[in-house]
Design a protein around this ligand. Structure first.
Ligand SMILES: Nc1nc2c(c(=O)[nH]1)N[C@H]1C(S)=C(S)[C@@H](COP(=O)(O)OP(=O)(O)OC[C@H]3O[C@@H](n4cnc5c(=O)[nH]c(N)nc54)[C@H](O)[C@@H]3O)O[C@H]1N2
Ligand SMILES: Nc1nc2c(c(=O)[nH]1)N[C@H]1C(S)=C(S)[C@@H](COP(=O)(O)OP(=O)(O)OC[C@H]3O[C@@H](n4cnc5c(=O)[nH]c(N)nc54)[C@H](O)[C@@H]3O)O[C@H]1N2
Ligand code: SF4
Ligand SMILES: [Mo]
Length: 692
């Protein structure tokens, strides 16, 4: 048996794993003992890696759909079909009619190739990925306040924090090794404050849990800051030295009172005052936040409100502090860094800037695309409108993970051509005209960038199953067929080197340098050859940080007589995303085999429901059936549901109303109605797990 060092393929924590390989198969994993992030530990998903990539469940050959049925095809035939479809769309409707959705689970090399393919080969900025529905408000909001949208501090900083404020993140479930580190910090004396409408495991263990009303983040954060400013608890020295004028924000907040904030959030005045005091007086306060901040139509303003609080108290730029958006997917930080966003080239170089356009046009030998690009949901809409004709989805499962499933399915059906590059035949792949088999992270060399900007190597441990290929290779071959020779890289390292040469924040990185010490944190350039664990110690990228007035915005859809419950969606520890990988593991599936609707027992009693009874859940957009779980994890009047289950896809219900600034859809709040099904009924679509 050999053990190949690699990085976990699931969440953005980026734990170090060793792939145990025997007879050409990954037979298990082990934690890397001295890894700086995971410190010799892994969560249940990491341990289940071998099931997630098992060759038995994988795509092994290209598939072409004919008369509604897939048939096997050679690479030659499949690639010719894809190239022909893109060529036709380009000739008939121009570069605005084609697009690429890239993959936050794939490597930096794959993602660099995806955006280069879109821009240099197809001639379009229509390139996006799941960061749109994840941390795009962080990228937009922190760009406005600080000038950079990444985590300001490192995971290890948790060890130095005197206070840890977790807002809208279920860390023990979703960033498990960060959750464990937070609990260890609390055990050594740090104060833990959790802000979440649900009683999460971490909230139950916290020193203080602010169980705010769903969607009232700005009211809460403004309320805390108003109390701080009214009492003179702000950090004047920091504000003077590092920030632009706070007066407009001060005037804006003067209209508030603790009583008003309490009424808007459902949190008592005394608790608000206590948290305001503790946060502003802590020597070092580490703020971490997640989807409970970003996934609202006010997502960008929510992020700005978090940033205002931290800046006013000077809790940025020092060890143990910071504004830390917990990036979700293993390589979503990297996919953003690689420029898989319509408005930026690699390294956040502005796609609208003429000098940047000229730089890439020269490097790639192709003119910059003429039009601004569409976001992922913009492409969905353009497909429905007939403007988008051909789309490549490289490793995403939008049929389950985008809001309003019916709308997504109609949009994909309206395309002339859809190609999906995937590990297995997902719900999205089933809708494709051509499906191409991709190599998983264990079958290729490359790099992932974790949530703390740490770029780490993954290494090929085994051969890809059947004829599966790396995404960057597939894209390179398609580029050649479309007449562009500039993507015929010899290996992953050549892709990385080209990227690093064009991306200032990665410019001092190379495979040998990354191999050296469990990766490097960007910016890593001539000035910071050893990387940058801490950002903004001296100055902010935009000079002085800005504190911007923002106002509470209610969710687009609030409960009413027809749809009386507030409905939110979240994650479960044992499953991941659309479930295409974790649901292959019998161990994980045994833990949480089916979707559940979480409901307070008082609501259950009112509706005459028993625990585990089948129910129908309806919103203005769709209906599903599932079982109800009666628990005080959720407050009365608010229901919650995980989004991992194709049998009961909660995104059939969710609302695609968008944040005007980041185009983030409101995945965390809509309104639903619930109807009991007969006691003996099984939810439609439920699978029988007796066999497990
Ligand atoms: N097990 C597992 N881990 C994962 C993933 C997975 O699918 N499964 N996915 C990965 C990805 S892509 C991401 S982005 C991360 C996401 O990780 P998290 O950000 O933790 O994701 P969620 O569980 O969706 O939402 C976090 C919390 O927001 C709360 N919330 C809802 N509304 C509000 C509100 O109005 N205010 C506040 N303050 N909180 C609110 C929810 O109750 C929930 O506890 O997890 C990553 N890790
Ligand atoms: N209601 C609701 N919806 C949500 C959320 C929520 O909180 N609530 N959260 C949103 C968030 S934060 C996110 S990030 C999205 C996630 O949405 P998605 O990105 O659609 O979710 P995943 O299931 O991770 O899909 C990734 C796919 O990539 C494939 N894959 C893995 N590795 C590779 C590779 O190397 N190459 C290729 N080609 N494919 C690969 C996997 O097989 C998998 O099917 O979901 C969003 N949807
Ligand atoms: S915490 Fe995240 S990166 Fe670490 S083992 Fe679990 S899923 Fe993998
Ligand atoms: Mo995410």
């Amino acid at each position: 048996m050999r053990v190949i060092p690699s990085v976990c393929t699931f969440c953005g924590v980026g734990c170090g794993i060793g792939l145990r390989v025997q007879d050409g198969r990954v037979i298990g994993v082990e934690p890397q003992p001295r890894h700086p992030v995971s410190q010799g530990q892994l969560c249940a998903k990491g341990w289940a890696t071998s099931f997630a990539i098992d060759a038995a469940k994988r795509l092994t050959e290209p598939l072409i759909k004919e008369h509604g049925q897939f048939r096997r095809a050679s690479w030659d035939e499949a690639l010719a079909r894809v190239a022909e479809a893109f060529r036709t769309a380009l000739e008939e409707a121009g570069p605005q009619s084609v697009g690429v959705i890239s993959c936050a689970r794939a490597s930096n090399e794959d993602n660099y190739a995806a955006q280069k393919f879109a821009r240099a080969v197809l001639g379009t900025h229509n390139i996006d990925h799941c960061a749109r529905i994840c941390h795009s408000p962080s990228v937009a909001g922190l760009a406005l306040t600080l000038g950079s949208g990444a985590m300001t501090n490192s995971i290890a900083d948790i060890d130095e924090a005197e206070l840890i404020l977790v807002i809208g993140a279920d860390v023990t479930e979703n960033h498990a090794m960060i959750g464990a580190r937070i609990l260890r910090a609390q055990a050594r004396g740090a104060t833990l404050i959790v802000v979440d409408p649900r009683k999460t495991r971490l909230a139950r263990l916290a020193n203080i849990h602010l169980q705010l009303r769903l969607g009232s983040n700005i009211a809460l954060l403004n309320g805390l800051l108003q109390i701080i400013l009214a009492n003179g608890w702000e950090n004047r020295a920091f504000l003077e030295a590092r920030c632009a004028d706070i007066q407009p924000l001060r005037r804006h907040l003067a209209e508030l009172s603790p009583e008003l904030s309490s009424a808007l959030t459902g949190i008592g005045v005394a608790e608000l005052e206590q948290v305001a005091y503790l946060y502003s007086h802590a020597r070092s306060a580490y703020t971490a936040y997640g989807m409970g901040i970003t996934q609202f139509q006010s997502g960008t303003n929510n992020v700005i409100a978090v940033s205002n609080l931290a800046l006013a108290c000077g809790q940025v730029g020092r060890p143990g502090t910071g504004i830390n958006p917990l990036r979700g997917q293993n390589n979503v930080q990297g996919a953003c860094d690689m420029g898989c966003l319509p408005n930026v080239y690699p390294g956040y170089q502005d796609a609208a800037d003429a000098a940047v356009q000229a730089k890439f046009a020269t490097a790639w030998g192709r003119p910059a695309p003429a039009h601004p690009g569409l976001t992922s949901l913009g492409m969905t809409q353009a497909a429905l409108d007939g403007a988008l004709r051909a789309l490549m989805i490289m490793g995403e499962e939008p049929v389950l993970t985008d809001p309003d499933q019916g709308h997504v399915a109609r949009a994909l059906a309206a395309l002339d051509f859809l190609v999906v590059v995937e590990l297995s035949l997902t719900e999205t792949a089933k809708l494709a005209d051509v499906v191409l088999p991709a190599a998983s992270f264990a079958e290729k060399h490359g790099t992932f960038t974790n949530c703390e900007r740490r770029v780490q190597r993954v290494r090929q441990a085994i051969a890809a199953p059947g004829e599966a290929r790396c995404d960057w290779q597939i894209l390179g071959e398609l580029a050649a067929r479309l007449g562009y020779p500039g993507m015929a890289w010899s290996d992953a390292e050549a892709v990385f080197d080209e990227m690093a040469g064009l991306t200032p924040i990665y410019s001092a990185m190379s495979y040998p340098a990354l191999d050296h010490r469990h990766g490097l944190q960007w910016p890593c350039d001539a000035d910071h050859p050893q990387g940058s664990p801490l950002l903004h110690a001296q100055g902010f990228p935009r000079g002085r940080a800005r504190l911007l007035p923002v106002t509470q915005v209610e969710p687009d859809e609030c409960p009413d007589a027809d749809y009386p419950f507030a409905f939110t969606t979240h994650r479960l520890h044992f499953h991941y995303g659309g479930g295409s990988m974790t649901r292959q593991s019998p161990l994980l599936e045994r833990e949480t085999p089916a979707a559940l609707l979480f409901m307070h027992p008082d609501d259950g009693a009112r509706l005459g429901l028993r625990d585990q009874q089948a129910v129908a859940v309806r919103s203005r957009r769709g209906r599903l059936e599932t079982r109800v779980h009666l628990t005080d994890d959720v407050p009365p009047g608010t229901l919650a549901m995980p989004y991992h289950f194709r049998e009961a896809p909660c995104n059939r219900l969710t609302n695609a109303a968008q944040d005007p600034q980041s185009k983030m859809p409101e995945l965390k709040a809509c309104a639903v109605a619930v109807e009991p099904l007969p006691l003996a009924a099984r939810p439609a679509g439920a699978t029988d797990h007796a066999s497990l």
